[in-house]
Design a binder for this molecule. Structure first.
Ligand SMILES: Nc1ncnc2c1ncn2[C@@H]1O[C@H](COP(=O)(O)OP(=O)(O)OP(=O)(O)O)[C@@H](O)[C@H]1O
Ligand SMILES: [Mg+2]
Length: 336
């Protein structure tokens, strides 16, 4: 039983939710819940629920992703998931709930922000404070955002892409688009269907992206055989894809990322741009792991881009760490 309240950070993501205290990441879980339809009761969450996807009778058990493009689409399920997570770290018998700093995408509406705030409180937190995701990520990679200088960070998530220029803990210019890694998987699936007349599922498309995908042509050209279904006959049909085909398939979603960065730079005051050119553009989120993502942005923006050391965990680490500088941050946090 935990008698003393903890200070936690939660990175509530479309595919993954991560939880940390100011020492370490405590866990990463799939943002997914299995609900018994008749009783409307949660029967599994996280990885266990993920494994039930497509494998359980839909009439009895519904497997739900409660977040879409980074924002809550199913409030009750989000609350149940958060409660399950908080119970995992402090036990259901906790005396005082923890204080939770939780990420919301930059640019969320006040209604969306309030839903996150409310869900964490209902899930058992003593206090809940939303923080913009790019600000948390910047704290987690130790960018010098306390100084009056421009720091640019790009977060490439599964459901959203967020770009921000931060100075004095403030997002000076930023934009979120509701498109991310999932959009890339869709683009790959559409490409394979168009070119080969073969239907592949989104998990297969994601595997292609992760294993052989790239943002720009690579010297190390790879290939992968996957199983699909013939569009006409419906029969199983294998198909071999290559890295250069992935680059081609990903052009449209990649261009969206580039355009978003350009628009943010256009809105950024020149002095801060000068700092960004000196310091480079920090790439975070799962999408930063796409081979050549840094090269693509460096070339398209004319500013050096680099992948941070902890692209998957920086956001939750930053959210947890934000408690240590809470007074300095307060003025820049989203209002709820
Ligand atoms: N090596 C890789 N190459 C390309 N994409 C990758 C790679 N590894 C993971 N991804 C993608 O990263 C995404 C997951 O990243 P992340 O955990 O940052 O998202 P999230 O926080 O759940 O989503 P969001 O922040 O948009 O709400 C998935 O779309 C996944 O396919
Ligand atoms: Mg994320």
């Amino acid at each position: 039983m935990a008698f003393f309240s903890k200070d936690l950070g939660i990175d509530l993501g479309t595919f993954f939710t991560r939880l940390a205290d100011d020492n370490e990441v405590l866990f990463t879980e799939h943002t997914i819940v299995a609900v018994e339809v008749e009783a409307q009761k949660m029967v599994a969450a996280g990885e266990e629920a993920q494994n039930m996807l497509g494998r359980v009778p839909e009439e009895t058990i519904e497997v739900v992703r409660p977040l879409v493009n980074g924002v809550i689409s199913d409030y009750e399920v989000t609350e149940a998931l958060l409660r399950w997570m908080l119970d995992k770290v402090s036990g259901p018998m906790r005396f005082f709930g923890p204080r939770v700093m939780i990420t919301v995408p930059y640019g969320v509406t006040s209604v969306e922000g309030r839903a996150v705030h409310e869900a964490v409180l209902q899930a058992g937190a003593r206090e809940a404070v939303p923080i913009y995701q790019p600000l948390a990520a910047a704290l987690g990679v130790d960018l010098p955002i306390n100084s009056p200088a421009g720091n640019m960070i790009v977060s490439l998530g599964a459901g959203a892409t967020q770009v921000a220029v931060i100075s004095m803990y403030n997002i000076v210019s930023g934009e979120t688009i509701r498109s991310g890694g999932s959009r890339m998987d869709e683009a790959i699936s559409a490409y394979v269907r168009r070119k080969y007349g073969v239907i592949i599922g989104l998990p297969t498309a994601e595997q292609l992206k992760i294993k052989i995908g790239a943002a720009v042509p690579q010297d190390d050209e790879r290939s992968l055989d996957v199983q699909g279904q013939d569009q006409v006959t419906g029969l199983p049909k294998p198909v071999t894809l290559t890295t250069s085909e992935m680059v081609e398939a990903l052009q449209e979603p990649l261009q969206q990322v580039v355009e978003t960065c350009r628009r943010v730079l256009e809105k950024t005051p020149p002095e801060l741009i000068a700092d960004v050119i000196d310091r480079g553009v920090a790439l975070t989120g799962g999408g930063a792991l796409l081979r050549g993502m840094d090269k693509l942005l460096t070339k398209s923006l004319g500013i050096p881009a680099y992948v941070v050391d902890n692209p998957l965990t920086c956001t939750v680490e930053g959210a947890a760490r934000a408690w240590t500088i809470y007074p300095a941050l307060q003025r820049t946090l989203p209002r709820v």
